[in-house]
Design a protein around this ligand. Structure first.
Ligand code: A3P
Length: 299
């Protein structure tokens, strides 16, 4: 079962996490990690289940909101998804259909039935420089004193953890390498691959693609409405109206709104990476991702 660990960077930044089987998890992962992973493995999947898979800060809430609207036919804003990672199996089993569940676990930790082709997986990816830039601010918004006891990093410290993989859900590079394997080996057609940078300039065509993938048969007007509701501007407005974020967020932040939305742009990393940090990053990126089937736009 998982052990509680604290990692430290050269400049004194630290993070408390759970470590199980060589991997790092956030401390609010269910139970001792091992048992919950086992429960996910044998989970009863429904034909109309949708799983949103992402590395943190890659557009999870965006994909969740789009998929929820298309699955239910309702365009009400739903805030944060139910995460497989942080929700006990009984609660998940009791959710009404259609379920749209999110997770930062990789595909190899999905329920057996999903690997056999049941349910749908929407995997969303984002360039790693904007991912860590987004995480930087997200960490700052988690200003509850209890969270500060388990997570305190400078930008340099965060980059160090991110680059060497001593971070929840592991290194982004390994995450992508893992997905490369899935792309090669998974023979079922129940995975849709989305890229954050492609969705920014052309959300409408992605709404269409998602609707086809989820096999929902709404007309173009509904798809237009979903597109409009899921622009960054509209999601920020809705999140601001939601005065009471779920308990998960209340426990971590003093903000009254969901601490997810920031800039919603491609290329903001340029405002944070120094020239030398960027060169080092590019070097590692080249080494680890050169042969990947994924490619990313950084601006
Ligand atoms: P930024 O911090 O760069 O703004 P996640 O949901 O995985 O935590 O990802 C959060 C990131 O997705 C944040 O990035 C957030 O602003 C961005 N995001 C959420 N909804 C979006 C939308 N409708 N359009 C563009 N970006 C969105």
């Amino acid at each position: 079962m998982a052990e509680s660990v604290e990692v430290h960077s050269a400049d004194g930044s630290f993070m408390n996490m759970l470590k199980y089987d060589g991997r790092y998890y956030v401390t609010h992962f269910v139970g001792n990690v091992k048992d919950h992973l086992a429960a996910i493995d044998v989970m009863d999947v429904r034909e109309d289940d949708t799983f949103i898979l992402s590395y943190p800060k890659s557009g999870t809430h965006w994909a969740f909101t789009l998929a929820s609207m298309l699955r239910t036919g309702e365009t009400a804003y739903r805030g944060s998804p139910t995460f497989l990672d942080y929700t006990d199996m009984q609660t998940i089993d009791n959710l009404p259909s259609p379920r749209v569940l999110a997770t930062h676990l990789t595909f190899d930790f999905m329920p057996k039935q999903v690997k056999e082709g049941k349910g749908k997986v929407v995997a969303i990816f984002r360039n790693p420089k904007d991912v860590i830039t987004s995480l930087r601010t997200f960490g700052k918004k988690m200003d509850h004193k209890d969270f500060q006891k388990v997570y305190k990093t400078t930008w340099e410290g965060l980059l160090e953890f991110y680059m060497d993989g001593r971070i929840f859900y592991g290194s982004w590079f390994e995450y992508i390498q893992n997905w490369d394997k899935v792309r090669r080996e998974h023979k079922e057609t129940n995975i849709l691959y989305l890229t954050y940078e492609d969705m920014i300039p052309d959300l409408r065509s992605h709404v269409q693609k998602l609707a086809v993938f989820l096999e929902v048969t709404f007309g173009p007007e509904f798809l237009d409405t979903v597109t409009e509701k899921c622009t960054f501007r509209n999601m920020v407005t809705e999140a601001t109206k939601a005065v009471a974020p779920s308990k998960q967020w209340k426990d971590m932040t003093s903000q009254k709104t969901l601490p997810i939305y920031r800039k919603g742009e491609v290329g903001d990393w340029k405002n944070f990476f120094t020239v030398s940090q960027n060169e080092q990053f590019d070097q590692v990126y080249k080494e680890k991702i050169e042969t990947s089937s994924f490619s990313f736009r950084f601006e």
